[in-house]
Design a protein around this ligand. Structure first.
Ligand code: CUA
Length: 343
């Protein structure tokens, strides 16, 4: 398409001058919301029953809103016409019906529908009937993930990436270590606040395989927007095999581990099977199987791991991890390579 044709499309001549200049902005405004209607991070593309109910509630509310809006526009047009005709007719009936009776009926109907749907959006399951139990703690600015056994004891700990089996409800116990965070996986269900001193339950089910993106939905500090995570839904037997493997993971690479330990990384991070047993930062056991870094902020590559180890506070302002940029470059590279392959 030639430049002139593109300009013609974006700035049509048949519109008056200032409207024509506004046109590209208006097109962008109309198209932009549509780009977020599908994918791994959309409440309008549900991947489970809880999310499907949320999406349904949205569309019913939208329909109610459209009915009210159309009624309002009709009332406006009616009023404008009456004014032009200098009508002496009383508007009492229109105000009573249009301003009070009809909106009350519509809003009551929407409220009742929302209340009726509520138990399905937040299914309550007694503790002793919960099989898949995962505890997630919001921290500034990452997610501590613990897989619990039937007795509620921690089997192992990981961070920022959650795995659940397809077709089985996963029961999350949501906590916060410092300030209020909010756990939200739009494709799988509604959001739930994580409040210090409380444990909030949330049940999510994925009915198709995939990796879904979650975010923190409550402002929690400088890097609130850099606090994402993933939920990967896999076949139940694949999930069982992974749980069994993760219970016994440990590290092997002696040289990388030695540099990791000598620089004090083990004071904040744990790696199962080694002397690194710090609890302040994310548990790095089996870090090599993760797909993202720094709570889904960076790619899981040796270069990005090295960047983060050297200057974490530049990438994520406000993180507790100190800079390690003063270490010899080779040490940082060895630590990054060691973590990248850590099984
Ligand atoms: Cu954690 Cu926002």
């Amino acid at each position: 398409m030639t430049d002139r044709r593109v300009t013609g499309l974006l700035q049509p001549r048949w519109l008056p001058g200032h409207w024509s200049r506004l046109c590209p902005g208006l097109i962008a405004l109309l198209v932009l919301p549509l780009t977020s209607c599908s994918g791994t991070h959309s409440a309008l593309d549900p991947a489970g029953p809880e999310a499907a109910n949320v999406a349904q509630l949205f569309f019913v509310m939208l329909a109610g809103g459209v009915v009210i809006w159309v009624g309002l526009v009709a009332a406006l047009i009616y009023a404008a016409r009456k004014k032009r005709e200098h009508s002496e007719e009383s508007a009492g009936g229109v105000i009573l019906w249009g301003g009070a009776v009809i909106p009350t009926i519509i809003l009551c109907a929407l409220l009742s529908y929302g209340m009726w749907l509520m138990p399905a959006i937040r299914p309550w399951v007694p503790d002793d009937q919960q099989v898949r139990r995962i505890e997630v703690t919001g921290e500034q600015f990452w997610w501590r993930v613990r897989y619990l056994d039937e007795a509620g004891e921690t089997m192992f700990e990981t961070a920022n990436e959650v795995r659940i089996p397809v077709g089985e409800p996963a029961h999350f116990s949501l906590k916060a270590a410092d300030v209020i965070h909010s756990f939200w996986v739009p494709s799988l269900g509604g959001k739930m606040d994580m409040i210090p001193g409380r444990t909030n339950p949330l049940t999510l089910t994925a009915d198709r395989e995939g990796t879904y993106r979650g975010v923190c939905a409550e402002f929690c500090g400088e890097s609130h927007a850099l606090m994402a995570f993933t939920v990967r839904a896999v076949a139940p037997d694949e999930h069982e095999a992974w749980l069994a493997e993760r219970r016994v993971s440990g590290s092997q690479d002696a040289e990388g581990l030695a540099i990791f330990l000598n620089n004090g990384c083990g004071a904040c991070h744990a790696i199962s099977g080694t002397t690194a047993n710090g609890r302040i930062g994310p548990d790095l056991t089996a870090f090599g199987e993760r797909t993202t870094l720094a709570a889904a902020t960076l790619r899981h590559t040796a270069e990005d791991i090295a960047r983060f180890v050297a200057y974490p506070g530049v990438i994520k302002p406000g993180v507790k991890m100190p800079h390690f940029g003063m270490l010899p470059e080779d040490d940082i590279k060895t630590i990054a390579a060691f973590l990248k392959e850590l099984k």
